[in-house]
Design a protein around this ligand. Sequence first.
Ligand code: FAD
Length: 392
Amino acid sequence: MARHYDVIVVGLGAMGSAALYQASRSGANILGIDRYQPPHTLGSSHGDTRITRAAIGEGECYVPLVQRSGEIWRELESASGSTLFHRSGGLIIAPPSSNATFHGEGDFVEASARVATRHGIAHEIIDAEEIKRRHPLLKPREIDRAYYEPGAGVLRPERCISTQLEQARQAGATIQTGEKATGYQASAEGVTVTTERGAYYADKLILSAGAWMGDLAPEAYRAGLRVCRQVIYWFEADDIGLFDPEVFPWVIWIGDTLEDFWSSFPAPRDGLSGVKLVTEQYHTTTRPDEVSREVTAEERDDMYYRLTRPRIDGLRDKLIRAEVCMYTVTPDEHFVIDFHPESERVIIASPCSGHGFKHSAAVGETLAQLALDGETEFDISSFGLARLISPH
Ligand SMILES: Cc1cc2nc3c(=O)[nH]c(=O)nc-3n(C[C@H](O)[C@H](O)[C@H](O)COP(=O)(O)OP(=O)(O)OC[C@H]3O[C@@H](n4cnc5c(N)ncnc54)[C@H](O)[C@@H]3O)c2cc1C
């Protein structure tokens, strides 16, 4: 007779590992299933570092999530002895009249400053001269200005995931990896999850399958979850010490058009070698099992010659490593966290659109609350599924 669980979590990446950890702390009977071996490099949560900031220009509803996530990362650091966060400060550099929107917001410098002011988050707006004075490797244009947040930094995504999985395991959760969920059926009595190996039963199911949510979300909502391929590059530095988080902030570079977005990252001493750079694109959609993981010479040259070299000194024309990662993007670039339209036993979680990681610890808490209590203390009213269906 198969065991009955209180909650099953399908997908144990950033969101699922956090949900598993939070649900397991309640003493409930929890099962986590992943098709691969998380943390892995095939989804949306790899690449050594993720930006985090407190003033969330994407919207004020995210501020409680990022604040609570910061508390959880600190709890996890003390419980595990592992460093999950490096404070580096962060700069969002943009011209005052950019035509480009970033994560759905027009003037992201202004939007971030507004949220920071309302929530008492330390920040400054500085001009191009001041950016160069503080960070001589950076070469903003004369017209650029920046939002600077001194308390911002980078998270270590693989460690966050493995730490939460380990803590969940210690709290009694069962974790099955290398097992793909193929379907689920909810009824008045419970939920049945089928996998390549068999069937499992539970009171509640959390679906947090990242870029593969299109395989599991209700049919009518799938088109609202576009998967966009992104590339992460690591270039060799003249002196890697100059990119240490203690002296080098992350930078979100917002140029004049959608083609000009990219970010540069500080390089933690115990991280992957080289300096990480990431582009963002939203125009080409892919399927997660068909995504091209090959990074072309054209892509590499565009990153180095067009975007990076005019803006950062100290990086050599030598690519050390490149990886492909995926954004799951909704039409308004906000999260999805909601009950399945046909059954409150199933919770759908697609909190990505390229900005999910910094919130993932608290998203896990939200998901665990929804599954165990049927409600959450966090305001998720902007994250409903219904908005994924566009009016015809
Ligand atoms: C290049 C890049 C840079 C980013 N930078 C930032 C940043 O700086 N700051 C920030 O806050 N956010 C950032 N993000 C966004 C953030 O990383 C994502 O929002 C977040 O990691 C998504 O987590 P997830 O749990 O939804 O997906 P994932 O972590 O990919 O987890 C999904 C899991 O589901 C599993 N799965 C899928 N289908 C099945 C199935 N059928 N059965 C069982 N298991 C299944 C997969 O194996 C996977 O482990 C970035 C994303 C990318 C790609």
